[in-house]
Design a protein around this ligand. Structure first.
Ligand code: TYD
Length: 199
């Protein structure tokens, strides 16, 4: 049987990377991430996150995300799913809709088409939104990459975008409260995933 593709999504410092790790271990799944997840992807990632790349055009940004995703699907995700492994990815297509679409202001539907083309139509089986309010995210934020340096208005658009995307497709999305301890959030994520896998 083919494995399931589970994507974790959320704003900066939502804690989803920690949750992706815990979930993958619990499921015995392959853990991967975007941008990154392949050797080429890690190189694309360093271009995308470089705080000195201040003049990066939003379309160029969207296309680099899509290029990363195409390589990720072919090289990492599909081979794992085909051997029956589940895959947990720390960000997938909906990050592009939230960040390049809602955040940067590119038409969300166009970004979606580019992303679908990049993935060859492979969509996640389940998307878990790790949802934290702005003040919690601000307190947790540690890094200073190109996205983390964006202003509050950008991060608000991303967060609102995620809520809108989740509301549009409740079959696909599970919104999990990301506040509380790592263990508390992990239990919520697990409950959502377990219910999905039991279907
Ligand atoms: P990451 O280290 O994954 O950030 P975080 O720890 O907040 O998850 O860095 C990835 C950054 O790339 C993050 O700021 C979101 C951004 N991104 C996009 O803008 N579009 C995309 O399609 C993807 C996959 C990521």
């Amino acid at each position: 049987m083919r494995g399931r593709l589970i994507a974790l999504e959320g704003r900066e410092a939502s804690g989803k990377s920690t949750q992706a790790e815990i979930l993958a271990q619990r499921l015995g799944a392959v853990l991967t991430r975007e941008p990154g997840g392949t050797a080429l992807g890690e190189r694309i990632r360093s271009l995308l996150l470089d705080p000195e790349a201040t003049a990066l055009d939003p379309r160029a940004e969207a296309l680099l995300m899509a290029a990363d995703r195409a390589q990720h699907v072919t090289e990492t995700i599909l081979p794992a799913l085909d051997t029956g492994r589940h895959v947990v990815t720390d960000r997938y297509s909906h990050s592009s809709l939230a960040y390049q679409g809602h955040g940067r202001g590119l038409p969300v539907e166009e970004v979606g088409r580019v992303s679908d083309w990049a993935t060859g139509g492979l969509s996640a089986d389940l998307v878990v939104l790790v949802d934290v309010p702005a003040d919690v995210a601000r307190r947790r934020r540690v890094g200073s990459d190109r996205f983390e340096l964006e202003d509050q208005a950008f991060h608000r658009r991303v967060a609102d975008g995620y809520h809108q995307l989740a509301a549009e497709d409740p079959e696909l999305w599970r919104v999990v409260d990301g506040t509380g301890t790592v263990e508390e959030v992990a239990a919520r994520v697990w409950a959502a995933v377990e219910a999905h896998l039991a279907r």
